[in-house]
Design a protein around this ligand. Structure first.
Ligand SMILES: *[C@@H]1O[C@H](CO)[C@@H](O)[C@H](O)[C@H]1NC(C)=O
Ligand SMILES: *[C@@H]1O[C@H](CO)[C@@H](O)[C@H](O)[C@H]1NC(C)=O
Length: 335
């Protein structure tokens, strides 16, 4: 996605008042029934394809939702029993780790305990769904503004109410794969990123790099940039998930994994009692995920020292969400 401006111009985003008016008028006209259990989306993902699916896809074609699944409606979600066990195990590990890390005295217990800048970051990335989406065009490239509203656009009371009562979920991804994916997607394919970040990265880290168009950033240069950047000022695609989603300050009801996206997305649909005709969409055909071989190639062709120095910055993402640190031993790299 093109980087969003620091604060959306007032006219562009739906203001809370605007949204409220729209909601009331919808209520009055009675044409749209509101969802009983509201959803809150935590969007933390590195991959644009994924964002598209989560925001736009989940509720594709939702007309007025019945307040409860209609009588006789059966939930037919494909589940494998073995997968269930694995998922419960992972959920338990994450749950315990988060509880023990977030239980420490220095950790924030609510978004209001966060420094203002950090609070702004998380509130600006939590999408709120108040009621059913009116229309969803899955083909539309990511547009974070229509239908879904950022929590940060609401008043403190509205924010508190939603944090307390809505179903909140977030999807996480292996931090090493996430960074590689961000690198390959943003610097390989997206001009705005090449101009906004690439030019500067090359200028900083390459001798005579002044003439680069920013489209030839190497992975090592990207990692050096991450090492030098202040976490709070990072772009959302490479900011540590911890800072982006603040899992201590926000008590998420569910933490899904990118690695089991379909199952976990369907689990969310189940939890919010979405009617069975709603399905999580297929992956877009143009989307090419990072493979283990690609990761191996990049990690093993990067100075080990650089990776080791960078890991502490992302250590909470590895720990809280139970991802193993990347194996960069020479045995592994020799394979
Ligand atoms: C952690 O466990 C508690 C209690 O079982 C549960 O309510 C909560 O939703 C879990 N959180 C996550 C993120 O799985
Ligand atoms: C790293 O990979 C090597 C080679 O496959 C393996 O022997 C070693 O146990 C791995 N280390 C870790 C920490 O996973």
């Amino acid at each position: 996605a093109p980087p969003r401006p620091p604060s959306p111009p007032p006219a562009a985003g739906p203001s809370p008042r605007h949204a409220e008016r729209r909601r009331r008028s919808r209520l009055r006209s009675g044409s749209t029934v509101l969802l009983p259990s509201m959803l809150m989306f935590g969007v933390i993902l590195a991959s644009s394809g994924l964002l598209l699916m989560i925001e736009k896809g989940i509720l594709a074609e939702v007309k007025p939702l019945p307040l409860h699944p209609a009588a006789g409606e059966v939930f037919r979600r494909v589940e494998t029993r073995g997968g269930d066990l694995e998922r419960e195990l992972l959920r338990d590990i994450r749950n315990r780790t988060i509880r023990s890390v977030c239980g420490q005295r220095a950790m924030p217990r609510s978004v209001w305990e966060l420094p203002a800048g950090q609070r702004r970051t998380v509130l600006r990335h939590l999408l709120v769904l108040d009621g059913a989406l009116e229309s969803v065009d899955v083909k539309l490239k990511m547009d974070h503004k229509s239908d879904l509203v950022f929590l940060g656009d609401m008043t403190p009371d509205e924010i508190n109410y939603r944090l307390k009562n809505y179903y909140k979920f977030v999807f996480v991804r292996n931090p090493a794969e996430r960074l590689l994916s961000a690198y390959r997607n943003k610097f390989g394919e997206i001009k705005e990123y090449q101009q906004k970040y690439g030019v500067e990265i090359v200028r900083r880290y390459r001798k005579n790099g002044g003439k680069s168009a920013g489209d030839d950033v190497t992975f090592s240069e990207f990692l050096r940039y991450l090492l030098d950047e202040e976490v709070e000022r990072m772009n959302e695609h490479w900011m540590p998930i911890y800072n982006l989603c603040q899992p201590c300050a926000v008590r998420y009801d569910f933490i899904g994994s990118y690695e089991r996206l379909n199952e976990d997305a369907n689990r969310v649909l189940e939890e919010v009692q979405a009617p069975s005709f709603i399905h999580f969409p297929e992956r877009q055909s143009w989307y090419k995920p990072v493979t283990a071989e690609t990761l191996h190639y990049y990690l093993c062709n990067t100075q080990r020292r650089l990776i080791k120095e960078l890991l502490p910055k992302y250590i909470l993402d590895f720990t809280l969400f139970a991802y193993p640190l990347p194996n960069i031993t020479s045995e592994f790299c020799r394979q």
